[in-house]
Design a protein around this ligand. Structure first.
Ligand SMILES: [Zn+2]
Length: 237
């Protein structure tokens, strides 16, 4: 892992370079982070300078004094006390002291910060944002599962835990159709456990909460009692 200490890094950037990193960050934020309400710092703010320096050194552990030196080179009036960790509270995927990374094998040492990527928010922030915004904010099935708390929409069984309906089985979440007559787009998908997905087949239409709202084939009707079938027949006449 690359490490940028106070003595180790050449911190100077020309105004043009600073502006070009700012614009790059602005574009990346708009595409990847703005949908999750990650905050974007104002031009020429101290926060913007922290981000610019971390973005230039993305993937490297950067000491806070190195960041302070850079900020001071641009804005000599800036205070010494740089609270770079606040970028993470704003949603940026910046790791601070004690945060784990690289498959939890490494821990960020005291005094250091690291920008992992600008293509997704910090995972804890993403989780909160998805929970708040709901289905509409999910970009893929993995995010949709977050919205549903990693539970089957229909029976509530939790992924990787014993299944509620068949406790001998470990719950696996599958992409279930809401309406089996429509393509399996994300807007038509609910997470369902393998048991529910298997039982309901393509015979039912579900709402976003995983509740059956209509039949999607004649099969459930054919399995109904004689009285119900008579009622349906009459209603359809
Ligand atoms: Zn289920």
């Amino acid at each position: 892992m690359k490490k940028l200490d106070k003595q180790g890094g050449h911190v100077y950037m020309s105004p043009d370079e600073i502006e070009s990193w700012y614009r790059k960050l602005e574009a990346e934020h708009k595409t990847h982070l703005s949908p999750y309400s990650v905050k974007f710092p104002a031009r020429n703010s101290i926060k913007a300078l922290w981000l610019i320096f971390l973005r230039k050194n993305k993937g490297a552990l950067v000491h806070k004094d190195t960041i302070s030196s850079f900020v001071a080179s641009v804005n000599p009036k800036a205070g010494k006390d740089q609270q770079v960790r606040h970028l993470a509270s704003d949603g940026w995927y910046v790791l601070n002291k004690g945060d784990k990374y690289q498959n939890k094998k490494e821990v960020v040492p005291s005094g250091y910060h690291i920008l992992i990527t600008t293509e997704s928010p910090k995972p804890t922030f993403l989780f909160k944002s998805l929970k708040r915004a709901g289905r509409i904010a999910a970009k893929d099935f993995a995010q949709l599962k977050v919205v549903y708390g990693f539970r089957c929409a229909t029976c509530g069984s939790q992924e990787h835990k014993p299944n509620f309906l068949e406790p001998g089985k470990t719950t696996a979440l599958q992409q279930g159709h809401m309406d089996p007559h429509k393509p399996l787009a994300l807007s038509n998908t609910i997470p369902q456990c393998q048991v529910c997905n298997g039982v309901y087949l393509d015979d039912y239409v579900f709402d976003a909460k995983g509740r059956v709202i209509a039949v999607a084939s004649k099969n459930p009707v054919l399995r109904a009692s004689k009285e119900v079938r008579e009622q349906i027949k009459e209603a359809l006449h």
